[in-house]
Design a protein around this ligand. Structure first.
Ligand code: BDP
Length: 697
C-alpha cells in the first residue's frame, strides 16, 4: 500500500460485530438532486458505504426500506424539506450540516441535511468518518459548522513545478498539459481537501511570478478552478506587486497611481471573466526581495487596498502577509512586522485580511505567538501555519503538528482581558468579525503518498480539522487520523498515538530546546548550523538568534535588550519578561541566561540544555521501538517506509544534538553532564558537513 488513498480508505470493516451493526442500520442511500456537488456527495456515500460494509449499497430517489441514509438540502430534496428542519438548519449556515437519526414514515433513517450542496458534501464526509472510526451511529444528533470562513492551503509552487520548501516531489499543477488535460490527481486532491473542510487553495508561491496573471496561464487556472468547484474549493493566486510593470508594460506599480489601479481592476475583471468565483489574491510584499508599496514610499495598507478595491465588486478578498522585515532596519526582527502593521490598524479595507505567521520569526519548531494577534482590533487578522516541515526535519522527520498549532491557538493574548485567545482573534469572535480565515503552507506534492513522509499526511489532515473547529484536541485528531489511515485496532492506535503526540516536543528538544531558534543550516534550513555567522543579512544567521557567549545564551528581548516583550499586552509582558515567570519553553527566546542559572529541574542551564538535547534523541529511539511493536498490524510497505525514516531521523536527531552541544560547549566551557552520551565526532567534523559554511563556497 503506497498511501495514495490518504485517510479516505473504505476497506471492509474487519470487526465483525461493528460490521454487522452497520450492515443492519444502513441499507440504502436516498439522494435527490443532481448538481455537480451533490453528485460528488452521492458517489462518495455510495462508494464509502459499499466499501466499508462490504456489499453494494443501492442508491434510490425515495425510501424503500428501513436503514435509509437520506442526504440533501431542503431545496434539492422534497424529502429533506418535508422533515421541517428549518430551525435546526439555520444556525449551521452555508457550509454546516446536520446528522440525525430519525423516523421517516415509520422507517428508521439517517439524515444528512444542509442548507447548501457543499454542506451536504461535508456532512457526508463526517458521516463516513464515523464509520471509519467505528463510532456509534444509532442515535445521531450532530450539528456542525466551521468556526473560520476561509480555510485555505497556500502552495508555494512555482510555474516550473518546483515547490519552495516542498519535500514531497514536484508541484501537482501540470501547467504544460493544462488546460486540456485534467489529471485525476486534481480531483483526488480536491476530494481529500473537501473531506476535511478546506475550501480554498492558493495555487502559486508567495515569491510570485507575474506570468500566472497572463491570459496564457489564466485559462489553465480556470481549468483547475472548474475541476475543484464541485468540491467547494475556490482558487486564489499570488499577485506579484510589480506585475503592472512586468506584464502590463507600465513604468510604475505605485498603488496610488490611478493608472496602476486601473490596470489591476482590468486584470481582476479579466480573471473573473474566466473564474466567476475566483477567491482573490495573496500577497507577499516588501519582504525578502519581493517588491511592494515601500518601493513607492507607500504603506502596506495602500498596497492591500488597491487590490482590495479591484476584487471587491466580485466579492473577492485580499490576504496581505504581515511577514515584512528588512535587513536595513536595525531593530530585532521579532519586532518589525508589529512596528510596520500596528500603526495601520483600521486602515485596511473590509475585504482585506492581514495574514500573520503563528510566530514573529519564521515557523520555528516552537515560537511564542505573534504579538500582532490581538493588537489590531480594527483589522481582520488571519493565521498562517506552515504544514510543510521547513524547520521541522523536512522530509525525513516524523512531526505531528497538532500540538504546535493548538499551543498557538490557545495562547492568551489578553487583548480584551483573560481568555482573549489567538483562536478567538482568528475566528473573528473577539472583535466580532464575520470575515475570518486561516492558511496552511501546503506539504503536498507529486509523491505517490502526497506528502513524502507517510505521517506528514496527518498534518494536512490536522490543518483542515482545526480550521473547521479549533477546539478539537490533538488527541482526538490523531485518533481519527490513525484509525482512518491505518486500522482501528487498539494495539496499533494507542502506541502510535502516543508516538505522534510526543513527536513535536522531541524535535523541539533535539533542535531548539528551551526557546532557542533559527539554528538550522544556512538557507536550506536542513540540519544543525548554530555556528552560522557573517552572512549578508545578520537576521539570517544563527549567532544573531542564540547570542551565546561565555556568560550565557539566549536573546534578551526584555527591557535590557530589544524589548520585544513590550509588544505583548501587559499580563503577557509580565510573564515573558520576567525570567522567573517566563515558561521555560520560551526562556532563551526572551532572555539571555547565565550558564549556571538554575532551571526548574534544579539543574544549571548548561546541564539542562544537554539533558533536553539528549531527551529529544531518546524520544526518537522510543518512537522506533514503538513502531517495531506494530509490525504485522498494517501493510508492509507503509510499515517499512516509516521504519526506515525513523532510522534516518534517529541519525539526524543525534547529529543535531552532538553538533549543537559541541558548539555551545565552546562558550559554556563545561563538560557534558555525567551519564549522558558523549558526542560521536568533533565540532569541526559537524561544521564541515555543511558545505555552505566552508569559506569561499
Ligand atoms: C521562509 C522561507 C522562504 C519563504 C518565506 C516566506 O524560508 O522560503 O519564502 O518564509 O514565508 O520561511 O515568505
Amino acid at each position: 500500500d503506497d498511501g495514495y488513498r490518504l485517510w479516505q480508505r473504505y476497506d471492509k470493516i474487519e470487526d465483525a460485530a461493528k460490521l454487522n451493526g452497520y450492515q443492519q442500520a444502513l441499507a440504502e442511500v436516498v439522494f435527490e438532486g443532481n448538481s455537480p456537488t451533490l453528485l460528488v456527495a452521492q458517489k462518495e456515500l455510495k462508494d464509502g458505504l459499499s466499501g466499508l460494509l462490504g456489499k453494494a449499497v443501492p442508491v434510490s430517489q425515495r425510501i424503500t426500506q428501513a436503514g435509509a441514509v437520506v442526504a440533501g438540502t431542503p431545496a434539492s430534496s422534497a424529502l429533506i424539506k418535508s422533515l421541517g428542519l428549518e430551525n435546526r438548519l439555520k444556525p449551521v449556515g452555508d457550509e454546516g450540516y446536520l446528522l440525525l437519526t430519525t423516523d421517516i414514515n415509520g422507517r428508521k433513517s439517517t439524515v444528512i441535511a444542509a442548507n447548501t450542496d457543499v454542506g451536504v458534501l461535508y456532512g457526508t464526509f463526517h458521516f463516513l468518518r464515523l464509520l471509519q472510526t467505528h463510532q456509534d451511529i444509532n442515535s445521531l444528533s450532530v450539528a456542525s459548522a466551521p468556526k473560520i470562513k476561509h480555510r485555505v492551503l497556500n502552495h508555494w509552487d512555482n510555474l516550473d513545478r518546483t515547490v519552495e520548501r516542498g519535500y514531497a516531489g514536484f508541484s501537482l499543477w501540470d501547467w504544460h498539459r493544462l488546460p486540456g488535460y485534467i489529471d485525476q490527481r486534481y480531483l483526488d486532491y480536491a476530494r481529500a481537501n473537501a473531506s476535511i473542510g478546506i475550501n480554498g487553495t492558493v495555487l502559486t508561491n508567495v515569491n510570485a511570478n507575474a506570468l500566472v496573471l497572463t491570459k496564457e496561464y489564466l485559462v489553465k487556472v480556470k481549468a483547475l478552478a472548474d475541476a475543484f468547484r464541485p468540491y467547494g474549493i475556490k482558487v486564489y493566486l499570488t499577485a506579484r506587486f510589480s506585475a503592472p510593470m512586468e506584464i502590463g508594460g507600465m513604468k510604475t506599480a505605485d498603488p496610488l497611481d490611478p493608472q496602476v489601479q486601473a490596470w489591476w481592476k482590468e486584470k481582476t475583471n479579466e480573471i473573473y471573466s474566466y473564474i466567476p468565483d475566483f477567491g482573490g489574491f495573496l500577497v507577499k510584499a516588501d519582504s525578502e526581495g519581493q517588491p511592494g508599496p515601500h518601493n513607492y514610499k507607500r504603506t502596506q495598507a495602500d498596497g492591500a487596498n488597491m487590490l482590495a478595491d479591484a476584487v471587491a465588486p466580485h466579492n473577492g478578498i485580499v490576504m496581505w502577509r504581515a511577514f515584512v522585515y528588512s535587513e536595513h532596519t536595525p531593530d530585532d526582527r521579532h519586532k518589525q512586522a508589529f512596528n510596520e502593521f500596528k500603526p495601520l490598524d483600521g486602515k485596511f479595507r473590509d475585504n482585506v485580511l492581514v495574514q500573520v505567521k503563528n510566530g514573529a520569526i519564521d515557523f520555528q519548531p516552537r515560537e511564542p505567538f505573534h504579538p500582532l494577534f490581538g493588537a489590531m482590533p480594527n483589522t481582520k487578522l488571519m493565521m498562517e501555519f506552515q504544514i510543510t516541515q521547513e524547520y521541522l526535519g523536512q522530509g525525513t522527520n516524523l512531526a505531528y503538528l497538532a500540538p504546535l498549532y493548538k499551543e498557538v491557538l490557545e495562547s492568551d493574548t489578553y487583548a480584551k482581558g483573560k481568555g482573549s485567545t489567538v483562536a478567538k482573534v482568528v475566528d473573528g469572535t473577539l472583535d466580532n468579525n464575520k470575515l475570518s480565515a486561516i492558511a496552511g503552507v501546503s506539504n503536498i506534492g507529486t509523491d505517490r503518498n502526497w506528502t513524502g513522509h507517510q505521517f506528514a499526511q496527518s498534518n494536512w489532515y490536522t490543518f483542515g480539522r482545526l480550521a473547521w473547529d479549533h477546539s478539537i484536541s490533538s488527541e482526538e485528531i490523531a485518533d481519527e487520523w490513525i484509525k482512518m489511515t491505518f486500522t482501528n485496532k487498539d494495539k496499533f492506535v494507542d502506541p502510535v498515538k502516543t508516538m505522534m503526540l510526543n513527536s513535536h516536543e522531541a524535535i523541539v528538544n533535539y533542535m531548539t530546546p528551551l526557546g532557542l531558534h533559527h539554528l538550522m543550516g544556512w538557507s536550506h534550513h536542513y540540519g544543525p548550523g548554530p555556528w552560522i555567522k557573517d552572512k549578508p543579512r545578520a537576521d539570517w544567521t544563527s549567532v544573531y538568534y542564540h547570542q551565546a557567549d561565555e556568560n550565557g545564551i539566549g536573546f534578551d528581548r526584555t527591557k535590557t535588550g530589544s524589548n520585544a516583550v513590550a509588544q505583548y499586552f501587559p499580563p503577557v509582558q509580565k510573564q515573558f519578561g520576567n525570567i522567573k515567570k517566563c515558561p521555560e519553553k520560551y526562556l532563551l527566546w526572551f532572555h539571555h541566561v547565565p550558564w549556571d542559572y538554575k532551571t526548574n529541574s534544579g539543574r544549571i542551564l548548561w546541564d539542562e540544555l544537554a539533558y533536553r538535547y539528549t531527551a529529544g534523541v531518546d524520544t526518537v529511539r522510543q518512537m522506533q521501538q514503538t513502531w517495531n511493536t506494530v509490525e504485522g498490524m498494517i501493510d508492509e510497505e507503509r510499515f517499512n517506509h516509516v521504519k526506515m525514516l525513523l532510522a534516518v531521523q534517529e541519525q539526524e536527531a543525534k547529529w543535531w544534538r552532538d553538533a549543537c552541544l559541541l558548539y555551545f560547549q565552546t562558550f559554556s566551557k563545561r563538560p557534558i553532564p555525567q551519564g549522558l552520551e558523549e558526542p560521536e565526532h568533533t565540532l569541526e567534523y559537524y561544521m564541515q558537513l555543511d558545505p555552505k559554511f566552508v569559506p569561499g563556497i
